[in-house]
Write a new protein. Structure first.
Length: 295
């Protein structure tokens, strides 16, 4: 088995790395949070001193970090992977970041002969624990073919979308559809309430037709129960929409609905709801329509 490094042991990275341990890998791990490293060492991993220390010892390094600046720092910053990785080493970034940054970081690593793929995930913590994430990958086909089996140790679905950056483009497309869909459900249910029909019955009446969706079935019951426990937090969706707006501007593509969603989420953040599930988009609609669902 290849010598494997794993950097970023948060909500997602920790269970993902544990699944690689279970699959027989012996990862060398690093996180700025020492408690996260200790937890993985107790599970059988080895601690690395910093990204450069890991790159000096590993053929393949996985990163699972919050956003673009963290990936740039780990890959290209002081004590970064670029300082010691051998030509031919492969970095697989599984964080959700700006696809333009994936391309830029990949280009900088390529100058030293280091391969880079972007491989963000959807599925959240439960699927990270179960090893049933969906992974969307951007990169060279020959590198993908070599590491598809490794990614499948953490995932139920691993798809090569296209060249470097395509994984994060797919992830952002996913986040656009989800946010806009939650807003559509919120708008419709608040309208129903205000117009005098029971939104619970309206949901039951329309969920089997063309308006029904995975998002509707996941989020309408939460809205109607006033349950905003995350799930996926508003603050993470704000991060993803910021990457949507940045990437779409760089290719001059208007994204009017995503831009509108960003403004709705700024309202939610201003009210202190940023740690809540993104089902709380309905609170924006409740505020502007003067109704409350599930009361
Ligand atoms: P998290 O904040 O829980 O974990 C990130 C980890 O990176 C933390 O342990 C942090 O200490 C570490 N870190 C930060 N900077 C570092 C550095 N310079 N060097 C080493 N370690 C560093 O985040 P998460 O929920 O695990 O998410 C990781 C990525 O996966 C994000 O891009 C997120 O958008 C994406 N994602 C999250 C979910 C989810 O439901 N949580 C679902 C799908 C995708």
């Amino acid at each position: 088995m290849e010598k494997l490094g794993f950097i970023g042991l948060g909500i997602m990275g920790r269970p993902m790395c544990k699944n690689l341990l279970k699959a027989g890998y012996s990862p060398i791990v690093y996180d700025v949070n020492a408690a996260a490293v200790e937890d993985l060492v107790a599970a059988g991993a080895t601690a690395g001193k910093n990204p450069a220390d890991i790159a000096a010892q590993c053929e393949v390094i996985i990163t699972m970090l919050p956003n673009s600046p963290h990936v740039r720092a780990v890959a290209l910053g002081e004590n970064g992977l670029i300082e010691t990785a051998k030509p031919g080493a492969v970095v697989i970034d599984m964080s959700s970041i700006d696809p333009m940054e994936s391309k830029a970081i990949g280009a900088a690593l390529a100058e030293k002969g280091i391969e880079f793929m972007d491989a963000p995930v959807s599925g959240g913590e439960p699927k990270a624990i179960d090893g049933t994430l969906s992974v969307m990958v951007g990169g060279k086909k020959e590198i993908f073919d070599r590491y598809q089996g490794l990614l499948e140790k953490m995932a139920a679905s691993v798809v090569l979308v296209g060249e470097l950056g395509s994984g994060n483009i797919a992830k952002l497309a996913n986040q656009m559809v989800v946010a806009i869909n939650i807003a559509a459900v919120s708008e419709a249910l608040c309208f129903a309430e205000k117009a005098g029909a029971d939104p619970q019955r309206v949901y039951e009446a329309i969920r089997g037709g063309l308006a029904g969706s995975t998002v509707m079935d996941a989020k309408a019951p939460m809205m109607l129960a006033r349950n905003y426990k995350p799930g996926f937090r508003i603050e993470l969706h704000i991060k993803d929409l910021a990457n949507v707006l940045n990437a779409s501007r760089s290719v001059h593509t208007p994204v009017p609905l995503s831009a509108q969603l960003m403004e709705m989420m700024q309202f939610l953040a201003s009210k202190g709801y940023e740690k809540e599930d993104h089902a709380s988009i309905v609170k924006y609609y409740e505020a502007i329509s003067g109704v409350e669902l599930g009361k």
